[in-house]
Design a protein around this ligand. Structure first.
Ligand code: SF4
Ligand code: SF4
Length: 90
């Protein structure tokens, strides 16, 4: 699946810390494919929460560690991720 890394909307660029991912946790099935592929090891399942599908959804554990490489978005079978490019000034 082709995945585009998008420019972040202004409100996301201004957020501190910058949020490189928008994660649609309601669609996550907890399969862990994204966790295994992330080269920075900044994804984990949120075991404190169960979504409407009955799964622990993924969460970003370290926004500063994410490089917006989009490997997670490319491997996810459920189109959970929107990836934003990190602004140069951040
Ligand atoms: S964009 Fe890359 S670094 Fe960030 S969470 Fe996804 S796979 Fe990891
Ligand atoms: S690959 Fe997609 S469905 Fe699987 S755990 Fe990651 S975000 Fe959830």
């Amino acid at each position: 699946m082709a995945v585009a890394v998008r420019p972040a909307p202004e409100e996301i660029q201004a957020a501190k810390p910058f949020a490189p991912l928008d994660i649609a946790i309601d669609r996550c099935k907890g399969c862990r494919l994204c966790i295994d592929v992330c080269p920075k090891h900044v994804l984990a399942l949120d075991e404190s929460f169960v979504n409407g599908l009955g799964y622990h959804p993924v969460r970003l554990t370290d926004p500063d560690g994410c490089t917006s490489c989009a490997l997670c978005a490319r491997i996810c079978p459920d189109a959970v991720y929107t990836v934003y490019a990190r602004p140069k000034a951040v």
